[in-house]
Design a protein around this ligand. Structure first.
Ligand code: GLC
Length: 543
């Protein structure tokens, strides 16, 4: 397995061999335009020589991407760029991130005046796609420094590799200098550490490397160490019997109690993607070699587990419905002892004959049948989903458009929890009432992930439909954080306005559609070495 890690990033030739997209498959755009574009790797090569030079672009410059447009850009693009630039945070004069929201309509700031690691990802991608990589580099380095600080909740020390959920720059007017203050979960609601932050950090490091061709950052000893520290939290041997990662509720984008403890799909998909990104960047020297070996083994086990046990389609649902329980020994079919009676009624109506998805959670006697958008989109981007499964997820989105997209892309999960279930599962959380916020709310930020999944599967027309919906409202509603209601018709009860990731998510989606070669930054091709999954669904061969 050895040189793969190094070579993957060490030469452009292998970069393209390993995980670049077959553009012809992804595009349904006129040929002329495609041929005019430089290929992704060509761009990386030409930027290699100038990656570190300050571009000196002013805060309100016309974005490169709209200037390149062959058609009139939507007026929302210019406004979005301005709003994104207004959210920029500086540390001792250098841009290091973007605020979660710049909402001047309310005094209630909470922690939206901080730079969240997960929220910065779409901002970073927008900047990278626009050729502005400095802010991303500074962000990666600053958060890496923060990883080094001591983290405690009361008297308990957190693992060394934990990355912050968010940080803020505080200015000391007497000493006339800036300090960074980070939150690793010790001040967060529920006191949960962000498991997703470290994964996003690794994914972003690869995106930066792919986009700029600057290998010096990911190869720097501190970045190599940072990656290993993050992964050592997940690769340590213990009592686990599954390759999936055991998590507390609220440890990712859904950062409040929502019944996503155990093995949530969002974390498993990000885990898989981060492992693959790290594999392409880790150097096989010293403890790097051992880490690479562990990653390779884990990837095999994880993809097998996810593709088999998390996958649900019509055929699989029918199999679970007929499951026997209390099976013992290696011959068990119902390995986790899932009780067919626990299958919720809605899923029988929801499941189309064609299509499928990764369910929310699988554990002992536990199957959460809810659909979660982020985990499914990331599964496509990372190729955790096989090509057939990716297509089936897109089929489901098309079949269940009203439920999953409605009037505002995209439902964070489906369906919502109501009544008794809501009381038990959320602990009576008034922010997560039915069809609101994390409980079936619609989050515009998810548009970029949907778009990436659409482009990866060669179905950009689905993303265009979603973009049209966003363009009919988002700017008029002042870029809310989320929408409420079964169709996502209402601006969220407690939604921030000018939520940065809603703004950046829109920009990323537009730029991806405009130049699909950007997908290489955030997508990984299928790992040919991975054993094919046993086909169990009648719907797959037809796809
Ligand atoms: C909310 C969201 C979380 C996000 C944060 C900042 O807490 O649940 O995912 O990172 O706001 O926008």
């Amino acid at each position: 397995m050895e040189p793969v890690g190094l070579r993957a990033v060490g030469s452009h030739c292998s970069l393209s061999e390993m995980d670049d997209l077959d553009l012809n498959r992804a595009l349904d755009r006129p040929r002329l335009k495609i041929e005019r574009k430089r290929s992704f790797d060509e761009r990386s090569m030409s930027e290699l020589s100038r990656h570190d030079s300050p571009r000196g672009r002013s805060v309100l410059d016309t974005p490169l991407s709209s200037a390149r447009n062959s058609f009139e850009p939507h007026p929302m693009m210019a406004e979005a760029w301005e709003a994104l630039r207004r959210s920029m945070v500086f540390f001792r004069g250098l841009p290091v991130g973007t605020l979660a929201a710049v909402d001047n309509t309310t005094d209630e700031v909470l922690n939206y005046d901080q730079v969240f690691v997960r929220d910065f990802v779409p901002s970073a991608l927008a900047f990278l796609m626009n050729g502005e990589s400095d802010i991303v580099k500074h962000f990666l380095l600053k958060t890496l420094q923060l990883q080094d600080s001591e983290k405690r909740v009361d008297r308990f020390k957190l693992g060394k590799g934990v990355m912050p959920a968010s940080f803020k720059v505080s200015h000391d007017p007497i000493r006339e200098t800036d300090h960074l203050v980070a939150d690793f979960g010790e001040t967060a609601i529920g006191r949960v550490a962000p498991v997703d932050s470290g994964f996003w950090w690794i994914i972003l490091l690869r995106a930066y490397t792919k986009s700029t061709g600057d290998l010096t950052l990911s190869e720097a000893p501190e970045c190599q160490k940072g990656m290993k520290l993050i992964l050592s939290l997940c690769l340590a041997e213990g009592f686990d019997t599954f390759p999936t990662l055991l998590c507390a509720d609220g440890c990712s984008m859904i950062d409040r109690r929502m019944g996503v403890y155990g093995y949530p799909i969002e974390i498993q998909a990000l885990f898989y993607m981060a492992l693959r990104c790290a594999l392409s960047m880790l150097k096989p020297d010293g403890d790097g070699r051992e880490c690479i070996e562990k990653i390779t083994k884990r990837l095999h086990a994880l993809s097998f587990h996810m593709r088999n046990y998390f996958w649900l389609d019509y055929q699989q649902l029918n199999d679970i419905y007929r499951y026997k329980t209390e099976e013992y020994s290696h011959t068990a079919v119902n390995k986790f002892n899932v009780m067919p009676d626990s299958i919720p009624d809605w899923v029988f109506d929801f499941m189309p004959l064609r299509g499928g998805y990764f369910v929310g959670n699988v554990g002992p006697a536990h199957m959460d049948f809810r659909w979660f958008a982020l985990g499914n989109c990331v599964s496509i981007m990372s190729s955790l989903a096989t090509p057939d499964q990716s297509m089936a997820i897109m089929d489901l989105l098309e079949h269940r458009w009203d439920e999953l997209v409605g009037e505002m892309p995209l439902k964070i999960c489906y369906p919502c929890l109501e009544g008794h279930e809501w009381r038990i599962v959320t602990g009576c959380d008034p922010k997560n009432t039915r069809w609101s916020y994390h409980n079936g709310g619609s989050w515009p930020v998810l548009l970029w992930q949907l778009t990436a999944a659409c482009i990866k599967t060669g179905r950009p027309q689905i993303a265009r439909r979603a973009v049209d919906l966003i363009e009919s409202r988002l700017h008029r509603d002042c870029w809310p954080e989320y929408y409420d209601g079964k169709l996502g018709r209402y601006v969220g009860k407690q939604a921030r306005k000018y939520q940065t990731w809603s703004i950046a998510g829109y920009l990323v989606a537009k730029m991806l559609l405009e130049d699909p070669s950007h997908i290489g930054m955030i997508s990984l091709e299928e790992d040919k070495l991975m054993k094919p999954v046993i086909k169990r669904s009648a719907s797959w061969p037809q796809l």
